[in-house]
Ligand binder design. Structure first.
Ligand code: CP
Ligand code: NVA
Length: 309
């Protein structure tokens, strides 16, 4: 359980700060173990996980499946055509049927309400592998990566440049419990959800700014973070967004403004030449690949936590 008596991993701020930091600490330990070649720690032996994907994925699918497998478990992949949640079958039916076969359910869905419903009716833990609203596993991996590269998350300045999307919401929810400085620089009209911003600011835990000038935003940043301008489900808006987001590309010039200590991060997949230049992704201070690898280690720790092992 997550500290509030919940079994699921749906939003980072469902948990106490200490729990989140413990999961990150555990992630480091499990990572070291797996990297050492040790293959006898099998806490998920005899356990199965259903993975529901209503959207495409590389990192989430492979990191969950491989991670669960490396620790002894068996994962079942269910693609967009398999379940067709809400179309072929109601979410509450999917939840109860899959709970009968599996110890844990991971889901990547469109509407956030669907994952709330899935969790409500499932009798096993549900892990959020991204919805239109948030992406908690990604931001746990990001926090782990920042801790590894900078030493700690607390007190750092993380500047996100781009669309106020699901990634931003998870940053805001993390900033609601762990103190750091979070800045989102986005075009007018593409701000993150107002209610989420307000609530995060009201906690008083972190300094949170939503602004419209990327250059002003990145000054003194420890991390400059970028994501696609058109998320999954918005691809038909891609051309329009490319116009509106002019000036929000993370390029070498913007990284220069950020300063030499700034790392570049991106949840990937990236559209090189759109939200970020090829040069920035390939630069020595880009940590996008360690970041991607950490999805697996962070999620292993999340799964250990929700399964209580
Ligand atoms: N970052 C991320 O979630 O990647 P995928 O969409 O490939 O899973
Ligand atoms: N904002 C992106 C994140 C992909 C990992 C999307 O939702 O498509």
């Amino acid at each position: 359980v997550n500290g509030k008596g919940l079994k699921d991993f749906l939003h980072i701020n469902d948990f106490e700060k200490a729990t989140i930091l413990n999961i990150l600490e555990r992630a480091k330990e499990i990572k070291a173990l797996i990297k050492s070649g040790e293959r006898t720690y099998l806490p998920f032996k005899g356990k199965t996980m259903a993975m529901i994907f209503a959207k495409p994925s590389m990192r989430t699918r492979v990191s969950f499946e491989t991670g669960f497998n490396l620790l002894g478990g068996h994962a079942v992949y269910l693609g967009p055509d398999d379940i067709q949640m809400g179309k072929r079958e109601e979410t509450r039916d999917v939840a109860r049927v899959l709970s009968g076969y599996n110890d844990v359910i991971m889901a990547r869905l469109f509407a956030h309400q669907d994952i709330l419903d899935l969790a409500k009716y499932a009798t096993v833990p549900v892990i959020n592998g991204l919805t239109d609203y948030n992406h908690p596993c990604q931001i746990m991996a990001d926090a782990l990566t920042i801790i590894e590269h900078i030493g700690q998350l607390e007190g750092t300045k993380v500047v996100y440049v781009g669309d106020g999307n699901n990634i931003v919401h998870s940053w805001l929810l993390l900033a609601s419990i762990v103190p750091f400085h979070f800045v989102c620089a986005c075009p007018k009209g593409f701000e993150p959800d107002q209610e989420t911003v307000k609530k995060a600011q009201q906690t008083g835990v972190s300094k949170i700014e939503i602004i419209h000038d990327p250059k002003e935003a990145v000054r003194g940043a420890d991390v400059v973070y970028s994501d696609v301008w058109a998320s999954m489900g918005q691809k038909e808006e891609a051309a329009y967004r490319r116009q509106v987001f002019q000036g929000f590309q993370v390029d070498e010039e913007l990284m220069k403004v950020a300063g030499p200590k700034a790392y570049f991060m991106h949840c990937l997949p990236a559209e090189r030449g759109v939200e970020v230049t090829d040069g920035v992704i390939e630069a020595p201070n880009s940590i996008v690949f360690p970041q991607a690898e950490n999805r697996m280690h962070a999620q292993n720790a999340i799964m250990l936590h929700v399964l209580g092992v």
